[in-house]
Design a protein around this ligand. Structure first.
Ligand code: TXA
Ligand code: MG
Length: 346
């Protein structure tokens, strides 16, 4: 199919109309799927009330049908039509973090396509903090179901070019609003329990949540691979680069030893490192992701780096680890998945 491409400045003014966004919103109203930027990663949107439209998302991504989608809204008023009871803690979280990279799970109301919630009695809702996403959702006048706009199993897209590579010819359009901000997906928090539970770490940290509402739990599956996750999407292997990634906890000289051993076996070796450490390594390909002194910079570049390895002829990749504080929790969650939980300690 023909994929339309619209380029918009990511400095869109919420109160103005842009022909690119109006055209994209029109396609959403017609039941087509359109990719658009959010402050986390690019999303692949469709009318969340329409089976035929939502089905196209699953088809384009090759996404398993038992993995539910997040419903994106532009205004708080849209929430009432989607969800049942809203707890006090959920209200406080929305006041503080919406619009922003926080997805909340509520008991659902009727009216959404059943495909969105994959048979669950709950629904995930988020209000993105990106002017293009905001304007697009608002102009469509619809709740927009949107997973990340990648082929299932690939890293989420942080540039329109990533979306193009995965989905060109398979979707009706792509709104290019430049690079996304956070670079990792939203934090998913189940608000149906009296103590809210983090199902997926992301842009809003556990520390920020606890500052706001007190105790927050972490889904057992995030700490123990053997537990079944409450968020269906967390059970799938994700973000995996083509070459096998192994994380290494230790000094760069220890990581270099691993590289050398692989080189002796005749393998092409890649390294995933940070600005401060990159000059330590000798390898066939080096990808640098920001600085460990500011973990936000690592989050912003992580998926792009994982994708870049796929364009290189490397057989194996060794990657540094990061402290699991703040956004570091989300970074290590995604890295551990990308590495299939392979980690070597010095
Ligand atoms: O930042 C983000 O959240 C991006 C942007 C596009 O908004 N979206 C995103 O969507 O990451 P997706 O589909 O790639 O991930 C949604 C996650 C999955 O792990 C899914 O299983 C979980 O949210 N989820 C959705 N509905 C749920 C529900 N009712 N209960 C538990 N988990 C749910
Ligand atoms: Mg995804």
């Amino acid at each position: 199919m023909e994929t339309k491409l619209w380029i918009v400045d990511n400095y869109v003014d919420k109160n103005e109309k842009y022909p690119q966004i109006t055209q994209a919103a029109q396609l959403l109203k017609e039941g087509e799927v359109v990719a658009f930027p959010t402050e986390t990663v690019y999303g692949l949107g469709a009318d969340a009330t329409c089976d035929r439209a939502v089905e196209k998302i699953f088809k384009a991504k090759g996404r398993p049908s038992d993995n539910p989608l997040i419903v994106h809204i532009a205004e708080r008023e849209q929430l009432q039509a989607l969800v049942g009871q809203i707890s006090q803690k959920a209200e406080v979280l929305m006041d503080r973090f919406w619009p922003g990279p926080l997805t909340l799970i509520f008991k659902k109301k009727e009216g959404l396509s059943k495909l969105v919630t994959a048979g669950l009695d709950t629904v995930a809702v988020r209000m993105p903090d990106h002017p293009v996403a905001h304007s697009l959702i608002k102009e469509s006048g619809l709740p927009i179901a949107a997973p990340s706009a990648n082929t299932s199993g690939k890293p989420s897209p942080t540039l329109a070019d990533h979306v193009k590579r995965d989905l060109y010819g398979k979707i009706a359009g792509i709104v290019d609003g430049g690079e996304t901000g956070v670079g990792l997906e939203s934090t998913v928090v189940d608000c149906t329990e009296s103590i809210p539970v983090i199902l997926r770490p992301g842009g809003i940290t556990k520390e920020q949540l606890e500052e706001t509402i007190g105790e927050v739990k972490i889904d057992a599956a995030l700490q123990n691979e053997k537990e079944a996750p409450k968020s269906p999407g967390m059970k799938y292997t994700h973000y995996a680069p083509a070459a096998s990634l192994t994380l290494v906890k230790g000094h760069p000289s220890f990581i270099q030893e691993q590289i050398n051993q692989s080189k002796e076996k005749g393998l092409q070796v890649g390294v995933l490192t940070t600005e401060e450490n990159q000059s330590f390594y000798q390898a066939d390909h080096i990808e640098t992701v920001g600085t460990a002194a500011h973990l936000e910079t690592v989050a912003a570049k992580l998926y792009e780096a994982l994708r870049n390895f796929d364009d290189q002829n490397v057989d194996v990749i060794f990657g540094e680890v990061f402290p699991e504080v703040g956004i570091g929790q989300a970074i290590m969650n995604r890295l551990m998945k990308a590495a299939g939980h392979r980690i070597i300690e010095e």
